[in-house]
Ligand binder design. Structure first.
Ligand SMILES: C[S@@+](CC[C@H](N)C(=O)[O-])C[C@H]1O[C@@H](n2cnc3c(N)ncnc32)[C@H](O)[C@@H]1O
Length: 240
């Protein structure tokens, strides 16, 4: 197992606050999905399976419990074989995101859903991600332009700005390029609980019992504070 996935798995088992936070993410994602088979792409060590054992989980890296090792840019499934695709913190790691969207459109059945939970770049989250997070945030990139594949690319190479760019500044170009993937919703999430939890780091500044009440406060505050400080976004697309 890749040592980075092993480290994530260790944090997952050690941190009740992290599991509570992801339970809330998975609940929100679950509410957006269509009836039928779900594929998780970039499943890491397979934590979504703890919540929904019927999920088919794949990742470009090997890990125990996953159903297959496969690249999001070349999905080894027949056309129309899934009702849903879920990705949590994966789109911003994919070298050629447009290749992934072509594949997602192919393997989803009509009416199927693609749910993406990703970093959102807002003024405050930008400062946090830029100064306190190891993954780069390049807001000058153009994710609608396909780069030549890099043979030395690592699965954890990233640009955290990609989802914000694709569904923000590049939104019109995205919709023109993928008319078969209609954007059903685009929601800002995560104000305090996620950054205070430390994510998959060993530390947490928020105890498990506070996660639920803080998330309830966030829901009330997101319409006001979201544009300035949301740390995450949930984007849901539907196969036409
Ligand atoms: C930040 S981790 C997220 C893991 C998991 N989804 C979670 O939320 O715990 C990003 C994952 O994306 C995977 N990944 C990166 N590029 C990929 C690709 N082209 N195809 C499939 N998985 C990929 C990595 O191997 C890694 O497991």
């Amino acid at each position: 197992m890749d040592p980075r996935l092993a480290e994530m798995r260790e944090a997952w088992h050690a941190k009740a606050s992290l599991r509570a936070l992801y339970a809330d993410y998975y609940r929100r994602i679950g509410e957006t999905l269509a009836a039928g088979r779900t594929l998780e792409v970039g499943a890491g060590f397979g934590n979504l399976k703890h919540f929904d054992p019927a999920t088919i989980s794949i990742d470009v890296l090997a890990a125990p419990g996953l159903d297959a090792m496969a690249d999001a840019q070349r999905l080894p499934f027949a056309a129309g074989s899934f009702a849903n695709i879920v990705m949590v913190d994966v789109l911003h790691h994919i070298e050629r995101p447009l290749d992934f969207f072509h594949e997602a459109a192919r393997v989803l059945r009509p009416g199927g859903r693609l749910a993406l939970l990703e970093p959102a770049i807002t003024p405050i989250s930008w400062a946090f991600y830029h100064f306190l997070h190891p993954e780069p945030v390049d807001c000058g990139a153009d994710p609608m332009t396909a780069e030549a594949p890099d043979p030395d690319r690592d699965a954890f190479d990233a640009n955290q700005a990609i989802p914000t760019l694709l569904f923000g500044r590049c939104g019109a170009r995205f919709r023109a390029a993928f008319p078969e993937l209609a954007i059903v919703s685009q929601t800002r999430l995560s104000l305090f609980a996620y950054p205070l939890s430390g994510g998959y780091r060993q530390w947490s500044l928020i105890p498990r019992p506070l996660i639920r009440p803080v998330l309830a406060c966030e829901d009330a505050l997101l319409p006001i504070l979201g544009p300035a400080m949301a740390f995450r976004m949930l984007v849901v697309l539907e196969r036409q």
